[in-house]
Design a binder for this molecule. Structure first.
Ligand SMILES: [Zn+2]
Length: 426
């Protein structure tokens, strides 16, 4: 197509016209890269056959049956791999150094937030992220359900979305805070309490389109604004029972050891943040197969918004502790997920998290596995996404270089296909 130079600026500039080009793709295409990463292993000299929106075959190019009428797509020198699956995004939020969270929740019109989200969705897809787990709209109701529908209908370009809707918090624990107690301020998530209350809200959120239930197992509601546990184990277990009954799972925000412990005992599938994890908690997570999304990049971003000059000033103790906790979880054998809390920092810069995981000791090969088949399995969509295998959705990217050896190769995305539709092409 038109875009040969895909430096970041040109990338964004050339992307939009191409989106409009995506009219009725040919029925069958043979993608011929230099090598294929299938979600777990690298294969030199492989090709991939795509029929419509589905991967039909993958294997050595010479051995692939190529039906008449097949369109060859040569991806010379590139690594073809599953589109990345991001585990903690908020497409309805934008960076806090632009507008603080309180003001996004209370002052921005819903239409404004959604308009921004459409741009963020495009930027996310063009970074090679073909699926996001969107971890709550933060006061924007079910806007994620509508955004997901617009993307699925081809109205706007964006990643596949796994959505949570408003998410759930215990009454009085969340924000925005800091107003006169007489004033009722709309909250960034839906309040619920007690077995009956959380059961009703979980069912309602699922009924209105949530793909999973997001809860805040702790939050900053301590006497001095410190994070403290919120829901009881019984409340969390009740939410998990509803989610499981519907074929879904529960994702928990938790940063305290007790909040994490309650979430694991209650039966959640993933814990996000996890700053205060202890050896006991990591072991519990290993035993119960609960995955950790560390969100290293969010802490890094907020520290910089607070004045920390990265690379010049000494690293704040909070960030050192957070990395140490992550490394302890990794050592203990906790399943790791790639999810940075995108929205706190710019959409499209999602890879920051994966790069920080590698800097903290995850090998590039393991990081790439986590960001593809690993996340897909953790989010219970591995039968459709995250691998290059016959029968899975044709969500594929091609990058310049070998990302299992050099994670920076993921920044050099040259080809993006989602649902069999091509968005950029060398
Ligand atoms: Zn978040």
């Amino acid at each position: 197509m038109l875009c040969r130079s895909l430096a970041l600026v040109a990338f964004a500039a050339c992307a939009l016209p191409l989106v409009g080009v995506a009219q009725g793709p040919p029925a069958i295409r043979l993608l011929e890269p230099a090598r294929v990463y299938d979600g777990t292993a690298m294969h030199e000299g492989w090709g991939v056959v795509v029929r419509g929106r589905t991967i039909e075959a993958a294997g050595p190019v010479q051995a692939l049956a190529t039906p008449a009428g097949v369109e060859r797509v040569v991806l010379a020198g590139l690594t073809l791999m599953p589109g990345l699956v991001e585990g903690h995004s908020h497409l309805l939020l934008h960076p806090y150094d632009e507008t603080v969270w309180n003001d996004q929740v209370l002052r921005e019109p819903l239409a404004y937030r959604v308009a921004r989200a459409t741009v963020s969705a495009r930027d996310t897809l063009l970074a090679g992220i073909t699926t996001v787990r969107d971890m709550g709209t933060e006061g924007a109701g079910y806007a994620d359900v509508g955004l997901k529908q617009a993307i699925e209908d081809g109205v706007i370009p964006g990643p596949r979305m796994l959505v949570a809707g408003p998410a759930m918090v215990a009454t009085g624990t969340y924000g925005p805070k800091g107003f006169a107690p007489e004033i009722m301020v709309p909250q960034g998530a839906e309040e619920a309490d007690g077995i009956e209350g959380v059961t009703r809200v979980a069912r309602r959120q699922i009924g209105r389109g949530a793909d999973f239930v997001k809860i805040y197992a702790d939050y900053r509601w301590g006497p001095n604004g410190e994070a403290r546990p919120t829901f009881s184990v019984d409340e969390i277990a009740a939410i998990v029972a509803v989610a499981t009954s519907s074929g879904r799972y529960v994702a928990a925000h938790a940063s305290t050891a007790e909040g994490m412990r309650r979430a694991v005992l209650g039966g959640v599938a993933t814990i996000d943040h996890g700053d205060g994890g202890t050896p006991d908690v990591w072991q519990l997570m290993v035993d119960k197969r609960v995955a950790l999304c560390p969100t290293l990049a969010a802490g890094d971003a907020t520290a910089q918004y607070g004045g920390w000059k990265k690379g010049q000033d000494p690293e704040p103790a909070r960030l050192q502790r957070k990395r140490a906790a992550f490394q302890a979880a990794m050592k203990a054998g906790v399943t790791l997920c790639f999810g940075g809390d995108v929205g706190v920092f710019p959409h499209g810069d999602n890879l920051r998290e994966l790069e920080m995981m590698v800097a903290a000791g995850v090998t590039p090969a393991e990081a790439v596995r986590i960001a593809t088949s690993g996340n897909a399995t953790t989010f219970q969509v591995g039968d459709r996404l995250g691998s290059v295998k016959p029968g899975l959705f044709a969500d594929l990217i091609a990058v310049d270089g070998n990302p299992t050896k050099d994670i920076a190769a993921l920044r050099r995305v040259r080809f993006i296909m989602k649902d069999g539709r091509t968005y950029t092409q060398p």
